[in-house]
Design a protein around this ligand. Structure first.
Ligand code: SF4
Length: 592
């Protein structure tokens, strides 16, 4: 016995076919679960050139081998698809209890394809899978949708889309438990393209392992020694908002569309401000860290805002008022829009106006027009038709390419790379566009002791982070838990009844990373796409610890070449045949 449920649930929304098939154990061995195993299924089933919003694309909800066990910080579910925002492979995590319910219902994965003829939600109660008419829910926000489904179904875990997903907005997210999102890359639009308003899951099963007493002893020990520690305490005491002060001090807090790295109004959106408005805490299933904060501020009640929202929808828009950011956050959550991309898009439009390039009615620091943005985007009303398509589209249509802060069409997260050069490489080489969750060198550079203004050693630092996080997101362990790969290997060995070492996990991380790259290469991604906006190479920051810094383009290109070389990829970023074969990917046929 091991901690997999042992089955995959396949649902075709066009034909209404529902199939329960055994888990591919050979793939589970090579790709673990979550991100890795989801990538493997997607690569088998989906042509890389598929239109992401066509019925042929899949959306996969993946659990991990540790979901629904008592291992702490394993409550997230990974959503895998081809992204409508970037045209790349995409995985995106959603907190809460969805993965656990799927696992208790008996499934390691839920793979959805096709398109329902009219809006439905998918109801899964153990073996009983049905399609429920959702015409009455179409057009409703995420909160009302979840409330309606829970009031008719009872205590199901619901993951749903709002108007953003219904209107195929490429920055649409999926929401669960009201405030938890799979935010990036347009997973909500993929659900919308399938006329799938929600999934509702309830499971009554059990996940066991061979040596349950030994497993529980180990989990208890790891929890005591490696979870409830001073190093992880920030998650409980503050949550991610603690990074506002850290970024301000390091000069990397995105300010007015990344024109600067410090914000004069940072205190208004700081951890202190968030704590002052906090009404209670929230945790994902089985997580003792409980990093979530519910706040109430001037009549707005929301879980968050998280650091990324405070930075991109706060300082980056010139907004230092917590209640305004909280309202923006709440609107995005209900309408089903990613706050990172929405904040960036608003900020880009504000800079267009500041420079007299185009006036879309938005100004830095002006709250009223800023609070219109989520609704304009979700309903694609008026200028919302342009805003909905994000920064890359706006810059192509109106100009401003040099300060369009995106990579591969995905807008920047909240870390100014001119003050932490490794981040520029992490953004450029991320498999889903500009992302802080593949590698996070900022922890060692701007927040740590490494020199942030050099590329020396950064290619390897980024690679190590990408492998480590690929393993964590496949296992599925929250990235906020700083667990060592040795400890993770120990836990997985016990859960899966086979010996695994940290080195095995690193190799698995490399295999997963290369698999994603092969898919992206087949989508046409090459070195030309692994880059960043001109601003980071041509404009020095003005204030703070990174004042006068910009990234030397030659240094960046040399680091990128080193990154490819260390990975065993050619100069254009394509994995070599030897590398592919050494990772056991030689027989892979993308799209089956
Ligand atoms: S640390 Fe936060 S995001 Fe991570 S599992 Fe715990 S509650 Fe969820």
């Amino acid at each position: 016995m091991d901690s997999y449920a042992g089955y995959v649930l396949r649902v075709n929304l066009t034909t209404k076919e529902v199939k329960r098939e055994p888990l591919r154990r050979d793939w589970a061995r090579d790709f673990i679960g979550g991100k890795g195993l989801g990538y493997r299924y997607l690569c088998e089933d989906v042509d890389p050139l598929v239109d992401p919003l066509s019925p042929a694309n899949e959306i996969i909800f993946m659990t991990g081998p540790l979901s629904a066990t008592l291992v702490p910080c394993t409550g997230k579910c990974e959503v895998i698809t081809k992204s409508p925002a970037t045209g790349t492979i995409l995985n995106c995590a959603i907190g809460g209890s969805l993965a656990n319910q799927l696992k208790f219902a008996g499934y390691d994965a839920l793979i959805i394809t096709g398109k329902a003829p009219s809006p439905v939600y998918l109801r899964i109660k153990d073996d009983d899978v049905s399609f429920v008419d959702a015409k009455g829910l179409w057009g409703k926000g995420c909160h009302e949708t979840e409330e309606a489904i829970r009031s008719s179904e009872g205590p199901f875990t619901v993951a749903c889309i709002g108007p953003g997903g219904e209107n195929l907005v490429p920055m649409a997210c999926i929401t669960s438990e009201f405030y938890r999102q799979a935010g990036r890359g347009g997973v909500g639009a993929v659900m919308g393209s399938k006329n799938l308003k929600a999934i509702a899951v309830s499971g009554t099963g059990y996940i066991g392992v061979d040596d349950m007493p030994g497993f529980l002893d180990l989990v208890y020990r790891k929890m005591k020694e490696e979870t409830l520690t001073d190093a992880n305490l920030w998650a409980y005491t503050d949550g991610t908002s603690v990074l506002v002060e850290a970024s301000q001090a390091a000069g990397i807090l995105p300010t007015r569309n990344f024109q600067d790295g410090t914000f004069e109004g940072f205190e208004g959106i700081s951890a202190r401000a968030v704590k002052g408005a906090r009404v209670h805490k929230k945790a994902c299933f089985g997580c003792p860290l409980g990093c979530g904060n519910y706040i109430s501020s001037k009549g707005v009640f929301v879980e968050g805002p998280e650091y990324e929202t405070l930075a991109l929808a706060g300082s980056n828009c010139g907004i230092g008022d917590l209640s305004a950011v909280a309202r923006f956050n709440a609107l995005c959550d209900d309408l089903g829009i990613d706050t990172i991309s929405a904040g960036n898009t608003a900020a880009f439009a504000m800079e267009l106006a500041q420079r007299g390039i185009a006036d879309l009615g938005l100004r830095f620091g002006e709250v009223d027009s800023y609070l219109e943005v989520p609704s304009l985007i979700a309903y694609r009303k008026g200028i919302g038709e342009d805003l909905a398509l994000g920064v890359r589209h706006l810059s192509s249509k109106y100009g401003g390419r040099k300060f369009a802060m995106e990579v591969k069409g995905l807008e920047f997260p909240g870390y100014e790379p001119r003050g932490s050069w490794g981040m520029s490489l992490a953004y450029a080489t991320s498999d889903r566009g500009a992302c802080h969750m593949r590698a996070w060198p900022v922890a060692d550079e701007a927040y740590g002791s490494l020199d942030p203004f050099t590329f020396e050693g950064k290619a390897q630092l980024v690679i190590d982070g990408q492998h480590r996080n690929a393993v964590k997101f496949s296992s599925i362990v929250c990235d906020f838990w700083a667990i060592s790969l040795e400890s993770l290997a120990e836990i997985l060995s016990k859960a899966l009844s086979r010996e695994m070492s940290a080195d095995d996990l690193i190799l698995t991380g490399e295999r997963i990373w290369n698999l994603g790259r092969l898919f992206n290469v087949a989508c046409g991604m090459r070195r030309k796409d692994d880059t960043g906006p001109d601003r980071i190479f041509e404009e020095p920051l003005k204030t703070g610890s990174a004042a006068s810094r910009m990234i030397p383009r030659e240094g960046f290109e040399a680091a990128l070449s080193e990154y490819y070389r260390l990975r065993g990829w050619d100069e254009d970023g394509v994995p070599t045949r030897e590398k592919v074969e050494s990772l056991g990917l030689g027989e892979l046929r993308l799209g089956g």
